[in-house]
Ligand binder design. Structure first.
Ligand SMILES: [Zn+2]
Length: 395
């Protein structure tokens, strides 16, 4: 049986039933949440397979989730986003609750604003948009190239073009920066997102980000990062929140970046696991290890490139490989997006393509500057309501 589940957002509707929107409380686990909602722990957790149980560990504080109740106030459905593509759907089916992981239906919009510096770029963008995320992204993008402290003047213009995902009519997840521009001392500075998913400046030089080495030298990638993937045999949605490197048992595993080891022990399906905390809220995880290198333990500071452990197949693993994860403030992100050994200069065909893209972006920036595009604010949430449709299909 295939189920189709759709939530529609309408401004007004006669058929609407109100959906409650909540924020996941700080530090609450999925199990605690079920208990608090008086939902059956066995059905919705203990009876799940290990992969689904692991998924429930991805619930993060601050995430918005929805509860749909019937007229008597009983929970009919719940949607708990795990990342920006996959969500837990808990629903009542013939009086008993069911669990499934389903894709998030979202819409991506390109948005932009231009503003004039009041004091710092951080403050200016916060004031313009009310979004801490946008302010942080803008400041972080120029972190390695500009010094805002000394060179910024009141009235200097800035422009930001970015993509924002919307779920049920509300922005969610981190915006993706497309272009950032700031003028300082009459000189404009740009950062562009290229088609290769990396950021470049106006000279087609890659912008230095979080520098990471590959955790296993020369190893083949056997499984890529994905926030959601349809498993054709198990017939369900799964996520692989890391990158797998196939390598022989005993191959050295190196620290992808410098930082402090905050975990070095066995942990459930991860097997032998090392977690390293880096600057700026980054954390790397190395799983299924055969063993740790002598002297590697919690609290130890390690340097990028230093051997910390050896490839193995401990925990839930089908063969020797390293499962490598990168997290930023707890959220899993694709390590391959940030792994850089050296920064890149575009040349030849790649550079030509980039310059074409850049030209389009520059024209947009110019337009937003001239129009003084202001940040578009959303109507308050109370004005919105939902209808939901559920359709069952035998097949
Ligand atoms: Zn893996």
């Amino acid at each position: 049986m295939i189920r189709f589940f759709i939530l529609f957002l309408l401004a007004t509707s006669l058929f609407s039933s109100t959906v409650e929107r909540h924020r996941w409380s700080n530090g609450e686990t999925y199990l605690q949440f079920l208990e608090r909602q008086k939902l059956p722990l066995r059905k919705l957790y203990y009876n799940l397979d290990k992969d689904d149980q692991r998924l429930t560990e991805e619930m993060r504080s601050g995430v918005h989730y929805q509860i749909l109740r019937d007229n008597a106030g009983n929970i009919e459905q719940m949607l708990l986003p795990l990342n920006d593509e996959l969500q837990i759907h808990i629903y009542k089916d013939k009086k008993s609750y069911k669990f499934e992981a389903i894709p998030i239906i979202s819409e991506t919009k390109t948005e932009a604003f231009s503003s004039k510096i009041i004091s710092s770029p951080m403050y200016t963008i916060l004031k313009e948009t009310g979004s801490k995320k946008l302010a942080q992204i803008f400041v972080a993008s120029f972190k390695h190239s500009l010094n805002f402290k000394n060179d910024i003047r009141q009235g200097d213009p800035l422009v930001m073009i970015y993509e924002q995902k919307y779920r049920l009519g509300r922005p969610f997840s981190m915006p993706t920066l497309k272009v950032a521009m700031i003028e300082m001392r009459h000189k404009r500075h740009y950062i562009y997102l290229n088609d290769d998913d990396r950021y470049y400046d106006e000279k087609a030089h890659e912008v230095e980000g979080f520098l990471l080495a590959r955790p296993v030298r020369g190893a083949r990638i056997s499984s890529y990062f994905t926030k959601r993937r349809w498993h054709p045999i198990l017939h369900k949605w799964k996520a692989h929140l890391g990158v797998d490197y196939a390598a022989r048992r005993g191959t050295p595993v190196i620290a992808a970046g410098s930082g402090r080891i905050i975990y070095a022990a066995r942990l459930g399906t991860y097997g032998n696991l090392i977690k390293i905390r880096h600057n700026d809220g980054y954390e790397t995880r190395y799983a299924h290890l055969k063993s740790f290198r002598r002297g590697i333990h919690r609290g130890k500071y390690v340097k990028k490139g230093q051997t910390i452990a050896y490839v193995g197949t401990t925990g839930r693993s089908t063969g020797p490989h390293l499962h490598f994860e990168l997290r930023k403030r707890g959220r899993a992100i694709n390590p391959l997006r940030v792994v850089q050994v050296t920064t890149k200069k575009l040349r030849g065909k790649e550079k030509k393509a980039f310059l074409r893209l850049k030209k389009n972006y520059d024209e947009s920036v110019e337009l937003h500057l001239n129009n003084q595009t202001s940040f578009k604010k959303l109507p308050p949430f109370e004005n919105m309501s939902y209808i939901h449709l559920m359709e069952k299909n035998n097949g």
